[in-house]
Design a protein around this ligand. Sequence first.
Ligand code: FAD
Ligand code: NAP
Length: 496
Amino acid sequence: MCDDLRSRSVAIIGAGAAGAVAAAAFEAEKYFKKIRVFERRESPGGTWIYDPSTPPKLPLQPGSLPRDTDPRLAIPSDLPKTTSPNHQERYAQTPIYDSLTTNVPSIAMSFSDIPFPYGPFVPHHIARQYVELYFAYHKVDAHLSLNTTVEDLTLVPSPNSGSERWKLTLRKHDPVQNRDTWWEEIFDAVVLANGHYSIPFIPEVKGLAEYMSLFPNRVTHSKTYRSPFTFCSKKVLVVGNSASGHDVTAELVQAAHLPVYQSRRSRSRWDGPEPPPGIAWKAIIKEFLPSGRIVFEDDTHLDDVDSVVYCTGYKASYPFWNAKKNGGPLYDYEANKLNHTYLHTFFRDFPTTLAIVGMPRVLTFRSFEYQATALARIFSGRDGGRLVRKGKEDMIRWESEREERCSREGKKFHDIEWETGETWEWLEELYRIAGLPLLSGEGRIPPVLGKEVRWALENIRKYPEPGKDGGNSEDIMADDEWVVVGNDKKDLLAFI
Ligand SMILES: Cc1cc2nc3c(=O)[nH]c(=O)nc-3n(C[C@H](O)[C@H](O)[C@H](O)COP(=O)(O)OP(=O)(O)OC[C@H]3O[C@@H](n4cnc5c(N)ncnc54)[C@H](O)[C@@H]3O)c2cc1C
Ligand SMILES: NC(=O)c1ccc[n+]([C@@H]2O[C@H](COP(=O)([O-])OP(=O)(O)OC[C@H]3O[C@@H](n4cnc5c(N)ncnc54)[C@H](OP(=O)(O)O)[C@@H]3O)[C@@H](O)[C@H]2O)c1
């Protein structure tokens, strides 16, 4: 099933918010003859699809990374081919829990052209409906290939034309016949929009692996958390203090044995001097003992804990990336970053044929829109060569300067701050690259980041901050009053 179109075909991997706006932006360009969106789930929506039953027991291994826990599938030879269905865990279910609402005011979270139906913080099903409908609003729903997982993405050098193409190996699951069909398609350009909140991460801690085998099912991850009522009257320890750690701990107070314990590595902006009623704070875990005792860095301990819920986040995974044939790995797990990107969006080795939408930790849907608009312009060659003129050296310099700065300031490469103006600079750069649409009307217009949006971000908070949202500023504790809890200087939007 190969396609001979040149310079006009684009594959988008994933039908979450990033895939939706990418498809809409490419469609608006009225240049591409073939746009395909491959989505492994049964519908668009990405993270926002709610899976009411918790996933089957996920393979959790302390400290392990997706290259071990989410390996690529063996690809059958002689495609196309139909095989028995895959049974390897692909982590396709989402971490959405019953009560989850959005945590960014809707005016700032939604795409610029269509508002959320209400706000400011909508329940998860609204965000799912919104993403699903966005495909229809922009008449790109017909480009979707659902139940279709991209299992391999390989560079196909094109010595004659000078520009590379990309071969996708695809696996479509047929739930009725209970079988998988495999085939290949070739595209001129590819957008990675496959998200990065699928593979749960739990850190390596002394004794944890043994504790997990001695006490099976005691340790879980927030990915499988759905409701506090499965923890009725249980003694629970939550690990982590970002959005999941906060929400899970607060909600468990309704059902679990009190206090609910929360182990924190750092303080969030919404933490006051004392834990809220029903919650007891603990330091980082130092060791799990075979007796079941959990010892903390401050040498306090807990015995007889019924459940440990790790809310320690996720690791990006690209099992489909053919590192051998594409010149090296896409992601560097030691540095926690994508390799060789420019502006967290472009890949300097393939600036006009490969890109990613949705990686940085920053405004979500709204920034995906700037990324997608810039990409549609570049992939259609209508950016006036702005990106290519930048040159590889500039892109290398951007990456190394950012690496140096992040290591100097103890920041993560793909975290983009709001308060320092970094978000503004990044969006402005994408805005410039996108430029205006054609006078004849083809092409999406990059949105303005207006006063109302900026005001909402800075003033409408889901999690009230002590001293700012009705609290007392004297309540904020000095750094030296904290045990093993550091980094007091979280950005206003660090929780996103
Ligand atoms: C619990 C939770 C709550 C969140 N709450 C908020 C919030 O309140 N506000 C906010 O702004 N952001 C929130 N986020 C961040 C959220 O991830 C983004 O808002 C946004 O939905 C990300 O969109 P995406 O398209 O980049 O990724 P995703 O939504 O993850 O979509 C990626 C899609 O790619 C598909 N896919 C992956 N691999 C393949 C493959 N190989 N082949 C085919 N398809 C594939 C996946 O099935 C998925 O549908 C939350 C995240 C989580 C985990
Ligand atoms: N809409 C909502 O209400 C909602 C709810 C849940 C999640 N979310 C979203 O889901 C995404 C993921 O959030 P998340 O909270 O699951 O993950 P996260 O933001 O990545 O947070 C991970 C947490 O684990 C801690 N941690 C990581 N490694 C650790 C280690 N080795 N030892 C101790 N602690 C460690 C981190 O501490 P440090 O902070 O010190 O690094 C942080 O508190 C985010 O986009 C978030 O906005 C949204």
